[in-house]
Design a protein. Sequence first.
Length: 371
Amino acid sequence: MKTVSRSLSLIARLSIMASALLLGEQALALGTDAGTLVSNQATVAYDVESVAQTPIPSDPAGNSDPLLGNPTNFFVDRRVDFVLAVVDVAHVPVSPGEIDQVASFTLTNNGNAIMDFRLSVLDFGADVFGLSDTTNLGNYRIRVGNGGGAPVLADLAYVDELAEDATVQISVFADVPLTVLNDERANIELTATAADDDLAIPTPGTLDDDLLASGGADDPTLIESVFADTDNNGFEFVQDGYVVISAELVITKTSLVIFDLLGSDKAVPGAVIEYTVTINNTAGASDATGVVITDVIQFADVDLQDDVYNINVDNVNFNAGASFCDAEDVGDTNGDGCAYDITTGDLTIAVPDVAAGTSMTVQYQVMISLL
């Protein structure tokens, strides 16, 4: 199976290839560079009745005139052989809201020509590394470290003029939506397609055309392409993925009558109700930080109780007495992260970090109004 470039005039090809030969022929593991002009001519000497005759030079079309003849020429064809690989055989850990998260790949040119490679990425719905695809990320962007080193967003999105036996780094950048959940996976597939100039000469900064397959016998006047990659088709693909590592919070709020004037254990006027908000992160893989509870106390019907915890000092209790805070009437004047606005009923509580695998309880009390 070959890829055939468009036909060129012999004079133009010879001129270009002669210039290339002046730069020296590069010795590579896979042999002579694609596009190298191989040109030679045979000469036949002979006798007739023991008399030496004028030698006759060869010609591709046949020649009998000692003064004529032309060399036989052919161009070395491309051996298109490359390997696309994922750097880490594991999902890339990401968190909700992060941007520019990177999945890393490498591409190695094992062929005999300096090559471009067109790259594309898509969501991959099947398993990768044994993990199913359960979500999608957004804003995938491919960048290539064509100048060496790790790619950055300003780099080109294709492999540009990759030398024989050289390896380049490829990054797929992605943004993580805030809506993704802990342990969700977004699987992707990266594809690299071989591309090259018709003359197999470098065109820096320009993505060459894909190499298209065709059959038939070798044409010595063309630089053709023989695919030697994994499936002999001129393109390779490989999968990677992202896994969400996040807190996984389950929020529960309950109420309990802890006192009433009638001893009925009912929520009658004058009864004190204790709210318990549970922040459960036992299934989470990351700590929940910067946690803030907001609640609106129906101040026309109930009153937030003050100085009920910590020996009549605080009105908010964390983890059954482990720590406290005081939601004062006007703002957080003591800087403990708790505040209560008596004009709106807005209660704000800054909660200590809830570590992965743990839970936190927050308690506060209200009294049902007697008026």
